[in-house]
Design a protein around this ligand. Structure first.
Ligand code: AHR
Length: 502
């Protein structure tokens, strides 16, 4: 069996983890909102129409921030349609997804749902069909206390206190020709800069995210980032990254190595940020918001057949399998490894639409395979990220070369005196025998080991069989004089938790 030597030393601190890297996303798309989080008449719905079975599953994930209302949807969104008396709200054609949006649920209702799930709003403004004026009015509506047109309008809608939305996205995927109001980098950069200025003049405490590329493979990637940052560097706080992974080629060896692309994407964008920082001779550091990431491909073909202009048709309802869960576990490891620059990230999305949580109309809510690595990493991956140094067997595959079989990161939680280690064996061929030095933390015991292992790559959960793929408790007798010694089977994901003295 191949061997790996690992070292986790407290001197190898990456960063304090910003918990917002465990964010998610709800768009007015498919059944995310209607017949997802909101289903009046469902046995578990409260008086607002929000399904409490879904609320419970979201709360367990401890999602700190939720991006809303899009996505592509936001680029045609008139926020004024989504507040005020419901019977006066217009139905609109949504040209992002070719549906009819009734606005029965809007900003007003969604913010109530956000409170129910103990999270925070991350609001995106429309820089597709609209611009700076609508955006600054929305900040005034949400965050200004009183005594102005839009703050008083909010109060007249029954919301005395401001919403206090802290994080705002300046549009969505503006580099994409599919976007309503798609722009060149210079056009977008100028608009984002002027919009940012006005939004911060209304509320100087907000944080702003400028649009980076909608995937690393975009032909404009890198030039887009450099141009946008050249226009906006002093006005914005974060640059966004989006990427979706696919195994359409049915090449599991490459698919499971997808964390290599995430690492590379983050490193490349960081380099561009630092280039503009140097060019501008500023001390300001630009941080990253990976505010759309997930596996997405299972439904791409079938969704092209959906009839236009119906309300909330099932769309992007990817059913995730075991290999998808492994990759999601690996992508979370990558976010943690890069937590010195990535301060926010959103698993896209949260309910029904490329989501960890699925619902049946009138029926149950259930957890997809990807729910589990997201759950364990979000709940236990808080504190200080520590780099794992390794001498590990490598493999080459179709898409990548020199892939270390293991990908890993550790998290030290000083309040609880716990060290949590997340490991993915992404090799499809090799079990790896591991000896991992933990001595600098003075480890006392391995108190928990959770693993996702041994399933068929294509095995999946469903409403009828929601526990076909679930993590199980693994061996905990692993500690030998400060070293963890174990075998990590091929194609498996693990979380080890150690009580430590230091
Ligand atoms: O998350 C689904 C879609 O993916 C979003 O609307 C868009 O921003 C991205 O292309």
């Amino acid at each position: 069996m191949k061997k790996a030597v690992l070292s986790i030393d407290k001197l190898n601190k990456i960063s304090e983890i910003d918990e917002r890297i465990y964010g998610s996303f709800i768009e007015h798309l498919g059944r995310a909102v209607y017949n997802g989080i909101y289903e009046p008449g469902h046995p578990s719905a409260d008086k607002l129409g929000f399904r409490q079975d879904v609320v419970e599953l979201v709360k367990k994930l401890e999602v700190p921030i939720v991006r809303y209302p899009g996505g592509n949807f936001v680029s045609g969104f008139r926020w004024e349609d989504s507040v005020g008396p419901r019977d006066q709200r217009p139905a609109r054609l949504d040209l992002a997804w070719f549906t009819t949006e009734t606005n029965a649920v809007g900003l007003q209702e969604f913010s109530q749902w956000i409170s129910q799930v103990d999270s925070q709003l991350m609001l995106a403004v429309n820089l597709g069909t609209r611009g700076a004026d609508a955006a600054r009015n929305l900040v005034e509506y949400c965050n200004h206390t009183k005594g102005s047109y839009y703050s008083d309008l909010r109060r007249s809608h029954g919301k005395e206190e401001p919403y206090g939305v802290k994080v705002w996205c300046l549009g969505n995927e503006m580099d994409g020709p599919w976007q309503m109001g798609h722009k060149t980098a210079t056009e977008y950069g100028r608009l984002a800069c002027e919009t940012a200025k006005m939004m911060k003049w209304v509320d100087p405490t907000i944080e702003l995210v400028a649009c980076g590329s909608s995937k690393m493979a975009m032909p404009t990637f890198a030039d887009w980032e450099a141009t946008v940052l050249d226009e906006t560097y002093e006005q914005v706080d974060y640059l966004s990254l989006h990427n979706y992974w696919s195994n359409i080629a049915d090449d599991t060896a490459s698919f499971l190595a997808g964390g290599m692309l995430m690492d590379d994407f983050i490193k490349s964008v960081t380099a561009i940020c630092d280039y503009i920082k140097a060019k501008k001779r500023t001390k300001k550091e630009m941080y990253l918001s990976f505010d759309e990431w997930n596996v997405w491909y299972h439904t791409k073909e079938s969704d092209t057949k959906i009839e236009h202009w119906i309300q909330a048709p099932p769309r992007l309802e990817d059913i995730y399998n075991f290999e998808d869960a492994l990759l999601v576990g690996g992508l979370l490891i990558s976010l943690l490894k890069n937590s010195d620059r990535v301060k926010m990230a959103c698993l896209a999305q949260l309910v029904n639409v490329i989501a960890p949580i699925m619902t049946e109309v009138g029926g149950k809510a259930w957890m997809q395979t990807i729910y589990y690595p997201y759950y364990y990493t979000s709940v236990y991956g808080r504190g200080e990220a520590i780099r794992v140094i390794m001498d590990c067997p490598k493999y080459d595959c179709q898409e990548y070369t020199d892939v270390t079989a293991l990908d890993a990161v550790a998290v030290k939680n000083s309040q609880e005196n716990m060290l949590t280690v997340f490991v993915l064996n992404r090799s499809v061929e090799e079990d790896v025998s591991v000896r991992c030095d933990l001595r600098s933390f003075l480890p006392k015991a391995c108190v928990e080991h959770v693993k996702l292992e041994g399933y068929d790559y294509k095995a999946f959960n469903s409403a009828a069989n929601p526990e076909a793929v679930v993590p199980v408790q693994g061996e905990t007798d692993l500690l030998r004089e400060g070293y963890m010694e174990t075998v990590i089977p091929k194609s498996s994901w693990h979380m080890y938790r150690f009580s430590v003295e230091d």
